[in-house]
Design a protein around this ligand. Structure first.
Ligand SMILES: *Cc1c(COP(=O)(O)O)cnc(C)c1O
Length: 396
């Protein structure tokens, strides 16, 4: 372990945990412990996934407090044993109505939802077709399923078609994709995916972790926004990002949910979420549905931010989501930019392999509806200065 850790450190690949705190009353900021002293610095937070700024919402905290005082700290057991507090059923019904699905199931978090659903929906003799840039929890679910893991080139429908053709005799076929890719901020071609899945008799699963709350009139996600909601067999989303709380959902047909209750190992063999979390999510769902203004502000900010970086000649990705990557290339360059930003009051972490492909280390900016236009305009200037230390230097 020590040898391997030394190698990671030498390659500027080592990850470390750092203390970070919210600033009470200042959404969009965080406090970071200064290294080697007891002081802390206030930084503009351009790295959290609190897209709608709900994490600090008092109504959510109040709903959680009430449920905590009446329902206790923990659920006490798996939902299949004695942990199935009525708050879960209430939340699942609300999610099913919101998504327009027959039924929904709440999981402890998005990681467990993906691992649980994929390993329950596929097994030996099956094939799972997964975008090369899908989230790690999807990859882990496929590994646990023991199905054949067929990766296709990012958003490349011709490559996917060739793979479907090659594996057309697999017992069951599942295509799985992020709706918005977490490290690039671009979107999956959901309509083409839905057409391919119909043509090849496959199932389609969409992970709305970064699109839920952000797209759709009521924040339902990208499937709804693109009009393909009913063509998707398995919808998955988290309550940890735009919802600002914790937990995740899966929704689809009655049979799917009945199957998962019987087969999804993370649901069966792990203690249920604290009921107070379910109560907080239920309140957050109301706020998400009513969050038209927050969505508009967020997507408007993202458009401005991205186009300002592009105008400065920086590689800021293709999407129009709240995730804006700044591709630095090497680990050292990504770390340099991140440190330069920190020195100027901006928290923006460097994302390195294996989270992203080799040679594409980057800064991943994620915006929130709580950021003001002025904060973001100032931040863009700082970013351009940090990324281009001398004219033509850095990544410019
Ligand atoms: C964050 C994320 C998850 C995991 O969700 P958690 O609730 O944080 O466990 C799953 N899929 C994608 C695409 C994500 O970005």
């Amino acid at each position: 372990m020590d040898d391997e850790l030394e190698r990671l450190a030498a390659e500027a690949s080592e990850r470390r945990l750092r203390d970070r705190l919210k600033v009470p009353g200042s959404p969009g900021y965080m406090l970071q412990q200064d290294t080697g002293s007891s002081g802390s610095t206030r930084l503009l937070d351009l790295s959290s996934n609190d897209y709608l700024g709900l994490a600090g919402h008092p109504a959510i905290a109040e709903a959680m407090r009430e449920a905590l005082l009446t329902g206790g700290a923990g659920a006490g057991a798996s939902r299949l044993v004695t942990g199935n507090h009525p708050a879960f059923g209430q939340l699942e019904q609300a999610v099913a109505v919101w998504q327009g699905c027959d039924a929904a199931l709440v999981f402890a978090n998005g990681y467990m939802a993906n691992v649980g659903v994929i390993s329950a929906a596929s097994g030996r003799g099956d094939a799972v077709f997964s975008d090369r840039l899908n989230h790690a929890s999807i990859t882990d679910g496929i590994l646990l399923s023991r199905a054949e893991h067929v990766r296709y080139r990012h958003n490349d429908m011709e490559h996917l078609r060739a793979q479907l053709e090659k594996h057309k005799h697999a017992r069951r076929k599942l295509i799985v994709t992020d709706a918005v890719f977490s490290m690039d901020g671009d979107q999956a071609p959901l309509r083409e995916l839905a057409e391919l899945k119909q043509e090849y008799g496959a199932m389609l699963m969409v992970d709305e972790a970064h699109s839920g709350g952000v797209y759709g009139q009521f924040g339902e996600g990208l499937c709804r926004a693109l009009g393909v909601q009913d063509m998707v067999d398995i919808h998955m989303g988290t309550f940890s990002k735009a919802f600002g709380v914790y937990g995740a959902y899966v929704c689809g047909s009655q049979s799917l949910i009945r199957w998962l209750v019987n087969k999804a190992r993370p649901l069966i063999y792990s203690t249920a979420l604290p009921p107070s979390v379910a109560a907080g999510v239920l309140k957050a769902l109301e706020l998400v549905q009513a969050g038209h203004g927050r969505r508009e502000k967020l997507l408007g900010s993202a458009r401005l931010f991205r186009s300002a970086l592009r105008k400065a000649g920086l590689a800021a990705g293709e999407g129009d989501s709240a995730i804006i990557p700044l591709i630095a290339g090497t680990n050292a360059e990504a770390l340099r930019i991140s440190a330069a930003l920190e020195a100027e009051g901006i928290a923006a972490v460097a994302i390195r392999p294996p989270t992203v492909p080799e040679g594409t280390a980057r800064i991943r900016f994620s915006l929130s509806a709580t950021h003001s236009r002025e904060e973001l305009t100032d931040a863009v200037k700082t970013i351009i200065r940090a990324a281009c230390p001398a004219r033509g230097g850095g990544v410019c």
